[in-house]
Design a protein around this ligand. Structure first.
Ligand SMILES: C[S@@+](CC[C@H](N)C(=O)[O-])C[C@H]1O[C@@H](n2cnc3c(N)ncnc32)[C@H](O)[C@@H]1O
Length: 341
């Protein structure tokens, strides 16, 4: 994610996405076993924290009446080592949306390690949460010369490699959680899903990629750099989510519920209200830059001015959307998992 708090300021779509999983999180917090002396909540793929405030507050508020005022709650925010954790902790200390505001005995900590391995002690997590993060793969499985996303490549071998990586990562995530979760705990995840007829997100992914092609055609980057670009993200289908549970790779976790639902599009809703196509374009362009700019720019030649290139791509994308406003059609997956052993 783009640092300096940029993702925090441009993640309204992700905030809308996670809304559909909040009722499951509150219900899980009201239902999990609460025997431990310290209650552990884990937030996997926290980024800069803006979108963690509401879910963590909801979880704490559902737990507090069950555990009394004095029992400590540790909230572990997990993200990659490169994450902008400074923005997260500044928000926690200074912002009125902070889940610490008015809530005692809550202790946030940060872990800068990949959630595809175990990052917390065995049996220490009572309630797990992950929003808008698990469609990010641990790596790009292969080169994708014809698109910014392998899942949209015309080459079936590339799409197969993406599906294999998605499967491995999901299984590794679950195995790691099966060690970390305390029996009786619950894990709620929301991330990009995949539709039955189409993957979803084709319009926006295509518009972003075409904006990079425009910038290459204008000479700001080379076509060789363009061919190296590949964002390690893709949605999963229900079948793909069920697979590690079905084939026995994951022990000690039970899949309670999984659903793929259409995503909300708050930018389109705003456009329907105000008819401002330029604003629609700018909101999408900023969000795409915040979420995907760094992984695209990482493929550029050493010494390239990333800001200059990303400014140009963002301007191209904003203009492209303003000229042809559309509603985004993509999918969210919502998963509820119980720790059983
Ligand atoms: C789109 S942001 C989501 C942030 C926030 N949870 C939300 O709902 O808006 C995805 C986050 O997942 C993180 N992420 C990606 N791969 C990860 C991994 N292997 N381990 C931990 N975090 C990861 C990214 O660094 C990024 O901060």
């Amino acid at each position: 994610m783009q640092g300096g708090g940029f993702y925090n300021r441009n993640s309204g779509l992700q905030a809308a996405n996670l809304g559909s999983a909040l009722p499951l999180l509150a219900a899980a917090a009201a239902d999990i076993a609460v025997d431990a002396a310290t209650i552990g909540i884990a937030d996997y793929g926290a980024s800069q924290g803006r979108n963690s405030m509401v879910p963590m507050a909801a979880a704490i508020d559902a737990l507090r009446p069950r555990i009394g005022p004095d029992r400590p709650i540790v909230v572990s925010h997990i993200d990659l080592p490169s994450n902008d954790f400074a923005s997260l902790f500044t928000l926690l200390d200074e912002d009125q949306s902070s889940y610490l505001a008015g809530r005692a005995e809550v202790y946030p900590v940060a872990i800068g390690r990949s959630h595809y391995g175990q990052v917390l002690p065995r049996g220490s997590v009572d309630l797990g949460w992950s929003s808008n993060a698990l469609h990010w793969m641990s790596r790009n499985p292969c080169a994708v010369p014809d698109h910014g996303w392998g899942v949209f490549s015309a080459d079936a071998a590339v799409r197969d490699a993406v599906d294999t990586q998605l499967d491995t990562d999901w299984a590794n995530f679950l195995i790691a959680r099966s060690h970390e979760m305390r029996p009786g705990g619950r894990l709620i995840c929301q991330f990009m899903g995949r539709g039955e007829e189409s993957h979803g997100f084709e319009w926006m992914a295509g518009a972003f990629w075409q904006s990079w092609v425009d910038v290459a055609n204008a000479g700001l980057v080379t076509h060789a750099e363009l061919a190296r670009i590949s964002a390690p993200s893709a949605g999963r289908s229900v079948k793909q989510i069920e697979a590690p549970f079905r084939d026995g790779r994951v022990a000690g976790l039970k899949l309670v519920d999984v659903a793929v639902v259409p995503t909300p599009d708050p930018y389109w809703e705003a456009y329907l209200q105000n008819g401002d196509a330029a604003q629609l374009g700018q909101m999408w362009a900023n969000m795409m830059r915040a979420a995907n700019g760094p992984s695209f720019a990482a493929a550029l030649d050493a010494g390239r001015d990333h800001s200059l290139v990303l400014d140009a791509v963002t301007a191209c994308l904003a203009a492209r959307i303003a000229a042809d406003p559309q509603q985004n059609r993509s999918y969210n997956v919502i998963v509820s998992i119980a720790a059983t052993k």
